[in-house]
Design a protein around this ligand. Sequence first.
Ligand code: SF4
Length: 335
Amino acid sequence: MSGTRNDWSREEITEIYNMPLMELIYKAATVHRQYHETGEVQVCTLLSIKTGGCSEDCGYCPQAARYHTDVEAHKLLDKETVVGNAMKAKEAGSTRFCMGAAWREVRDNKDFDRVIEMVQEVNQLGLEVCCTLGMLTEEQAQKLKDAGLYAYNHNLDTSEEYYKEIISTRKYEDRLDTLAHVRKANISVCSGGIIGMGESQVDRIGMLHTLSTLPEHPESVPVNALVPVEGTPLEDQPRVSVWEMIRMIATARIIMPKAMVRLSAGRTAMSTEEQALCFMAGANSIFAGEKLLTTPNPDFEEDRKMFELLGLKPRAAFKGKEVEEPASSYKPAYS
Ligand code: SF4
């Protein structure tokens, strides 16, 4: 097993990305088997704990307040609802529970205090707790870590060059700064992007280059296919083909071999056969449950049947990392 590399050049990644497809899948599958148990897939559940009304202008997102979409905004959910959802996700076989809030950034207020309590309680359930809450300071990242947060999702979305075409309300460096704060707090990093937003192949490779040349690779790399939503600036984007997804997944697998590569948004438009090819190409993580924040996703039962058919098994929680003690001293401040 060769060590991981953080010095990939764009040319090398381009060469991998453009390999003949069957060769690419074979190479990615080989790397996958060197670093991961075959047939093991991480099952994560994502819950929107605060929906809509976001001040940012991400062109793909129906939660931006400035776009007129069918998303029903709601304030931060109460802790009991969130913990109840986490319990259901665990019963259905998820090992990671990710809580997403449509915030530009985390603010030090009562809402953040409530999220901290949610993290503490979900951690107590023995689930890997993940959050995606927007930009974070170093102190906030540490606070989340102390509460038992296992992973933080903050996607780069696309290449640095194409970023301004998709989002104008923040910069690429802001994303990278938050990732650095998460890493510094010793929280597992989850960062990937979306394809199908009108970007070129060069942009896709650019994003993979940035991720794979970070001082440490993200532990999770979600690869999303844009789900165009009416009312957003990207509503008319054509759907990406499965072959493009496979190229992204396989390239990510080869250049970041230890990462969990997540086949994320866009699965509802894929057949079981297409998803099987993505798993062959090195995807080993999915989101389960009917919804991904606001867009549809296959339900648990559909995925259970697919796992059975393909001989896949869910990956245990905290695998590959020492189990961290749940924050057992935690006492709820209020409920
Ligand atoms: S992706 Fe996140 S930051 Fe961007 S508009 Fe949607 S909720 Fe806001």
